[in-house]
Design a protein around this ligand. Structure first.
Ligand code: FEO
Length: 395
């Protein structure tokens, strides 16, 4: 259980959760990490912690550097229990430690743990000297809880932004270039799509607040650490793009479920039409893809097409689960199309369309709703609809 050095006297001392497979509905097939950092200055300072069941791993890594009883400050950038779960144990060991947190952080910690610990409440612009180094704070409300904040060390040019810029991946690699940049960026995108997507406006405010800071290292609370200037530039640029809901104009995702194959036939005819028009298409059957994987495709795609047959006068429950998730994540500026098949009634595809309208998306084509099984002429019309839809890519 070794700590990993980021800078002289600054160490990663977190925990690796190899077995995590579900993070409140977001599938995490590769696990995650909870990153905690120890600064060995005159006042030994711990920044963020780990989930409760990894507290021994955290303590073991800290103990290589110092007795955990020596910890003077614990910065709680975010109260969610994947980070604060180990706090009660740490406070038993170092009861005189000062907890540095945001105003909402103090309230939330009191609600979570019912303890009268020593708190130091900070807000944006506040600084605390811990010896040779200073900690500077930037509140980052709703990225992604009201209590969230980032901590910055100007002498070392290290940013500790907690959840922002993180990824859910367990790995022996601690740094992005060790993991491989393609994997690190793919996991950062998946994380953004599932956790941060509804908070674009708040993300843009945070990026503006961080702009004046010179940053050598971004040390998030999950996944690998960004320490190469080119990587840092890229991940900040990616966040800016995602926060503005910018998408690839030539990219589409078709999300559907099917009962007897008719809606699937329509989905594949749509794919043919879009591909003939030069659009790259990802096919996402809800029978084989988890909704948390599909929303990562949505993050990048200008076109999002959603199909369902009608059952019990609405869409299939699998489609309903996807649409509920989508409504919560609120991606903007997409071009949508609803489609489906029905035996009688036909409300399934109509209900899909209503939700796409509620998202405020552009729906330039009428919904496609075909009785029972499509015939070749109907499939040809579906392909034509997709080709027309593609012309809206740059609008
Ligand atoms: Fe990683 Fe919002 O907790």
């Amino acid at each position: 259980m070794q700590p990993i050095q980021l800078k002289p006297e600054i160490y990663w001392v977190g925990g690796i959760d190899w077995d995590l497979r579900n993070f409140h509905g977001y599938l995490t097939p590769k696990g995650s990490t909870y990153n905690a950092y120890l600064i060995m200055d005159e006042q030994t300072t711990l920044i963020d912690l780990v989930k409760h069941y990894l507290v021994d791993e955290l303590l073991a890594r800290i103990s290589v550097l110092t007795d955990p009883r020596n910890i003077k400050n614990i910065v709680v950038n975010h109260v969610e229990m994947d980070h604060s779960g180990a706090l009660p144990k740490l406070m038993e060991i170092a009861p005189e430690a000062t907890i540095i947190t945001s105003p909402h952080g103090e309230k939330a910690l009191r609600r979570h743990y019912k303890k009268d610990w020593k708190f130091k409440v900070v807000k944006t612009g506040d600084t605390i000297k811990i010896g040779k180094r200073t900690l500077q704070f930037v509140l980052t409300p709703m990225v992604h809880w009201p209590d969230s904040m980032a901590t910055y060390c100007p002498e070392e040019r290290v940013l500790f932004p907690n959840d922002a810029f993180g990824q859910h991946i367990a790995s022996p690699a601690r740094f992005a270039e060790e993991l491989g940049l393609d994997i690190a960026f793919a996991e950062a995108a998946r994380y953004y799509a599932n956790i941060v997507l509804p908070l674009g406006e708040q993300v843009l405010k945070v990026l503006t607040a961080l702009k004046p800071l010179a940053i050598d290292i971004i040390a998030p609370s999950h996944g690998v650490i960004w320490r190469n200037p080119a990587e840092i530039k890229l991940i900040i640029a990616a966040y800016e793009k995602w926060a503005k809901h910018e998408t690839e104009p030539n990219r589409a995702v078709i999300v559907y479920d099917t009962m007897w194959g008719a809606t699937e036939q329509i989905a594949y005819a749509l794919r043919e039409g879009l591909e003939d028009a030069g659009i790259e298409v990802s096919m996402c059957s809800l029978q084989t893809n988890h909704i948390s994987s599909i929303v990562t495709e949505v993050l990048f795609s200008r076109f999002v097409l959603v199909g369902s047959p009608t059952i019990n006068n609405s869409f299939l429950p699998t489609v309903g689960a996807f649409l509920t998730y989508l409504k919560g994540l609120r991606p903007k500026h997409r071009i949508g199309l609803a489609f489906g098949s029905y035996g009688w009634g036909g409300q399934g595809a109509k209900d899909v369309e209503t939700i796409l309208q509620e998202l405020g998306w552009n729906l330039p084509e009428k919904l496609i709703n075909i009785n029972y099984v499509p015939d070749p002429a109907e499939l040809a019309q579906v392909r034509e609809t997709a080709i027309r839809l593609a012309t809206h890519a740059r609008q």
